[in-house]
Structures are given as structure tokens and as C-alpha cells.
Design a binder for this molecule. Structure first.
Ligand code: HEC
Ligand code: HEC
Length: 479
């Protein structure tokens, strides 16, 4: 019910915003966009309105798309499947996001001549908000592609088709790697690895390069962006800080001592972000030890009360939502997880079991991505994932030396480095603004935050109680 109501408002909102962009206007700073659990806001550096006329919003390629086609402020600067569905219905599948180069399940042997055909051709985009990312396996790779079973026809073994969720084009200054597979921060693609010593120059260069690739790829551009256009896009993106600002039941997320919402995130100085800030493997350049207390936004809400001694509902938290958010934060920071079979951790450290928490991998303070580049395979794209991945292709790889076989739905980082050990490794994304951009994980296999929590519960046998699941979801929805 809530979800439905949210959808209607969202649809009006995105219509409004398209109108704004078309008429060359701007978005007031901290404009509140509703989602199912509350309101999401973006803070623009300098607190001025967000200009909707720059190159980010312009069609700079040949297929009518702009960055804004896939990076929408109302969806945390990504897209949600619900919003894409609405866009499909409103335009009968003619909005520029529905383009066959990478919006459709496959780019050939599809019929997009009528709305039924388009519904079928764009089903992964409509149902899960997925974009087809086509990448070749490097010739020099330690492995070869020996088979692809793609349910949509794109079974080419030279260029592989993966299906990935757009990452948010906001909160960029907290990133330690660009793109799911880090390809825009790799010497392999002519970009730079993001390091403590070279930040933020490396980050800015990576996103300038990324803007060119996005225009040439997604927007099928024929002329590269000028340095001025690249700079304008990078400046625009770097100024944005996005977070959930209001929870319908808890109220403003920065009241009564709490420090949620985008304004505090933008001002976050204690601790300020730097590459390696809270790396659990000792990557902090100042040698400051890791703290598992990743989030402290809702510490002050731990002792809120919803019931008086007489049992009546009153106090500063009548719905009990603030206390639930605060308990969820404690779980994120401290619930023990026995980490096993995670490529990038257990293999590299040669540890069968690594005792940890959510924050072992989501370690950047109050942001939740990894503070150094650390591609991991937690099993989201494996055929053994506890979530349904049957809608994805099965890609079979063979090690050229050992002849060992691996099957995956997305080779991830291995397509960039060519390394066998990198198969299936991807970055852990920023965990802010989650409520606005379902589904989750790189392949959209978690429809909801509840599915995310179920994934972890099953994958690592965590043993969350029903109450703990509820609290953790409530907390994640308030980020
Ligand atoms: C057709 C949809 C689409 C369009 C248009 C598009 N993007 Fe993206 N964007 C994506 C997808 C999908 C990803 C993730 C792909 C991956 O990692 O393999 C992404 C990733 C990104 C990221 C990486 C964020 C991170 O956490 O690493 C940035 C920044 C970004 N896009 C900016 C842009 C800009 C700037 C433009 C316009 C020049 C643009 N995008 C156009 C779909 C799109
Ligand atoms: C072993 C490392 C690890 C642990 C432990 C871990 N995560 Fe993750 N998390 C990741 C990686 C890597 C991804 C990206 C995976 C993908 O999409 O393939 C991710 C993705 C996510 C996402 C999806 C974000 C998005 O934008 O789609 C959420 C939400 C999340 N994690 C929450 C949690 C919570 C809550 C816990 C604790 C119960 C947790 N994680 C524990 C590594 C980890």
C-alpha cells in the first residue's frame, strides 16, 4: 500500500523533474523526493540550487540519452526498477532509456516495433533496472571463455554481456574505485588507481574519463566530449551529497541528537574521508587501527523511549521507529559474521574463516563502501547464490594453465585484470540513499532490503532473529 502510494508520487515527481530539465530550470537544494520509507534529499556544495541545464542533462550522443536518463535525483542518482517501469508505461517504451545498444536484454534479433515487443526486449531493465554491460575478455587473460548460455541470445564468447545496476553518481568523493569492476580506476583502461597519495586527482581524472566512456557507450556518442564538458560533468557530480533525510515514522533523521541526512554527510569532517581511512586489513596510511563502529549516525536514539512506565504510548519515539533504527545500526556495527569463501578475503588472507561484521567489508565511516579498492566475491553472481539468478547468463571460464573451470553470471574484475583469482570480484558500493533505488546488488537480484538481509543471513549462516532483521532493514532504509 505504502509502496503503491510512493510509486504514484514518484511518477508525478519524475514527470515534474523531466519537465524542469526540459524547460532549463534548477532543483532547489535539499528538494525532498519521496520513497516508500521517507524522503531523500541531495545537498549541493555551496547550498545553491542544482542546475539542471549542464552537460549532465544534455543529449551529447546520438540516441537521445543523457546522464540523467540513468542517474535520477529522485532515485539517489541511480534508477529504481519501479521508476523505470513507470517510465515504460508512460512512454510505451519510447523513453531514451529504452535503447537497444545496452537497455535491451540483447542488441540483436529483437523486435521493438510494438509495445509488446519492447516489453519483452527490455524486460531486465523494466523488472530489475539492469543495463547490459558488454566487455571483452582480455586476450592475455589467465583464462578463456569456453561457453556462454545467455537466455536472451547474446551468447557471444568474445564480447561478454553482463547485466548491472547503474551506480549512484553522487557521494563520489567517498569512492576508492570507479564502476562495479573498478574499470575506470585501472591502468588496464588508461585510468588511475585511486590511492591515498594521489587522491583526489586520480578520482577526478577517472570520472572525467568515465564521462567520455559513458557518452560514447550509453549515449552512442560520435564525437568525444570536450575537456570543458568533462570538467563540467565532474564538477557537477562532485558537488552532490545524497542521503535519506526523513523517515516517515521516525521523523527527520537529524533530530534529537541523530546525524542522518545529507547535510551532516556533506559536512562530515570527523572523521573526514581519505583512502584507507578504516581499512580492516591495516591499509590506513596513518596506521590508525580499524574500528567496527562504522555508523554512529543514530547513537543518540538508542535510549529513546516509546512507552511510559504506565504502558501509555508517549515519549520522544511514539512509534518505536527511532529505537529500531538505532538497534539496526548496532547490529550493522557488531553482529558477528563468520566470513567464509569470499574471494578477495579468505583466499588472499589464507584464512578459512574470518570473524567479522557487516563493517569488515563496508568500512568507510558513515558511508559504507570499502575505503580502499578491495574487489570481493561474496557470491551474489555465483550460481549458488541464495537469491534467484536464473534470469542471468551462465558464463563458463577455463584456466589456461590448470584447466580448472569456473561458472559465473558475471566475471567482474577478472575481465579487467585477466586474473583468474579476480573472477566474480566486484566492489562494495556506498550504502547511502538505499531506500530510493531498489533493487540491490550489481545484478539486481535482491528486490528489497529484506532480500539483502536474507541473502547475508543464508550465505553466512548469521542467525538473525525476525526482530533483528526488521531493525537492520529499518536502519538501512534510513541511510
Ligand atoms: C544507459 C544508462 C546509463 C547512462 C545513460 C549513463 N550511465 Fe552512468 N552508469 C550506468 C551503469 C549501468 C553503471 C555501472 C556500470 C558498471 O559498473 O559496470 C554506471 C556507473 C556510473 C558511475 C560510477 C559510480 C561508481 O560508484 O563507481 C558514474 C560516476 C556514472 N555512471 C556517471 C555517468 C555520467 C557522467 C553519464 C553521462 C555522461 C552516465 N553515467 C550515463 C548507467 C548509465
Ligand atoms: C564479506 C564482505 C561483506 C560483508 C560481510 C557484507 N557485505 Fe554487503 N556488500 C559487499 C559487496 C562486495 C557488495 C556488492 C556485491 C554485489 O553487488 O555483487 C555488497 C552489497 C551490499 C548492499 C547492496 C548495495 C547496493 O547498492 O546494491 C547492501 C545493502 C549491503 N551490502 C549491506 C550489508 C549488510 C547489512 C551486511 C551485514 C549483514 C553486509 N552488507 C555484509 C560485501 C560485504
Amino acid at each position: 500500500m505504502l509502496r503503491k502510494a510512493g510509486g504514484t508520487v514518484l511518477c508525478v515527481m519524475s514527470g515534474l523533474l523531466t519537465g524542469l530539465a526540459a524547460s532549463g530550470q534548477s532543483l532547489p537544494n535539499l528538494y525532498p523526493f519521496p520513497n516508500a520509507s521517507g524522503l531523500l534529499e541531495t545537498n549541493n556544495a555551496g547550498n545553491g540550487p542544482i542546475d539542471l541545464t549542464g552537460p549532465f542533462f544534455q543529449s551529447l550522443g546520438t540516441n537521445g540519452r543523457s546522464c540523467f536518463t540513468c542517474h535520477r535525483p529522485a532515485q539517489g542518482w541511480g534508477i529504481s526498477a519501479d521508476e523505470v517501469k513507470t517510465r515504460f508505461e508512460m512512454t510505451q517504451g519510447k523513453d531514451p532509456i529504452f535503447r537497444a545498444n545496452d537497455g535491451s536484454n540483447c542488441d540483436h534479433n529483437i523486435d521493438t516495433s510494438d509495445v509488446g515487443g519492447r516489453r519483452k526486449a527490455y524486460s531486465l531493465l523494466i523488472d530489475r533496472g539492469l543495463i547490459r554491460v558488454a566487455l571483452p575478455a582480455p586476450q592475455t587473460a589467465e583464462f578463456q571463455v569456453v561457453g556462454v548460455m545467455n537466455p536472451y541470445g547474446c551468447s557471444d564468447t568474445v564480447t561478454l554481456s553482463m547485466y548491472r545496476r547503474p551506480l549512484p553518481s553522487t557521494n563520489l568523493r567517498f569512492l576508492s574505485t570507479a564502476m562495479w569492476d573498478g574499470r575506470e580506476s585501472s591502468t588496464q583502461t588508461g585510468t588511475q588507481k585511486i590511492t591515498f597519495a594521489t587522491n583526489p586527482t586520480d578520482l577526478l581524472a577517472d570520472f572525467a574519463h568515465q564521462s567520455v566512456d559513458a557518452t560514447n557507450g550509453h549515449a552512442q556518442g560520435s564525437t568525444p566530449l570536450t575537456p570543458q564538458q568533462q570538467q563540467a560533468i565532474v564538477n557537477f557530480e562532485m558537488a552532490l551529497t545524497t542521503a535519506q533525510a526523513v523517515d516517515y515514522r521516525a521523523g527527520a533523521l537529524n533530530t534529537n541528537g541523530a546525524t542522518g541526512g545529507p547535510v551532516t554527510l556533506a559536512l562530515q569532517t570527523m572523521p573526514a574521508f581519505f583512502v584507507g581511512i578504516n581499512d580492516p586489513l591495516g591499509g590506513n596510511p596513518h596506521l590508525i587501527p580499524f574500528t567496527p563502529a562504522i555508523f554512529n549516525l543514530f547513537d543518540a536514539w538508542l535510549n529513546t523511549h516509546s512507552h511510559g512506565d504506565d504502558g501509555h504510548d508517549y515519549g520522544d519515539d511514539p512509534s518505536g521507529q527511532r529505537a529500531s533504527i538505532a538497534r539496526g545500526q548496532v547490529l550493522f556495527n557488531s553482529k558477528p559474521i563468520q566470513i567464509t569463501n569470499v574471494a578477495g578475503l579468505n583466499d588472499d588472507l589464507n584464512l578459512a574463516v574470518l570473524p567479522g561484521t557487516c563493517g569488515t567489508c563496508h568500512d568507510s565511516p558513515n558511508v559504507g563502501n570499502h575505503s580502499v579498492s578491495a574487489p570481493l566475491n561474496i557470491g551474489v553472481g555465483d550460481l549458488t547464490s541464495p537469491l534467484d539468478v536464473s534470469y542471468l547468463p551462465v558464463i563458463t571460464l577455463q584456466n589456461k594453465t590448470t584447466h580448472e573451470i569456473k561458472t559465473t553470471t558475471d566475471p567482474g574484475r577478472a575481465l579487467i585484470t585477466g586474473l583468474w583469482k579476480d573472477v566474480g570480484r566486484l566492489k562494495g558500493p556506498i550504502l547511502r540513499g538505499l531506500a530510493s533505488r531498489a533493487p540491490y546488488f550489481h545484478n539486481g537480484s535482491a528486490d528489497s532490503l529484506s532480500d539483502v538481509v536474507e541473502f547475508y543471513n543464508k550465505r553466512f549462516n548469521i542467525g538473525f532473529t525476525p526482530q533483528e532483521k526488521k531493525d537492520l532493514i529499518t536502519f538501512l532504509s534510513a541511510l
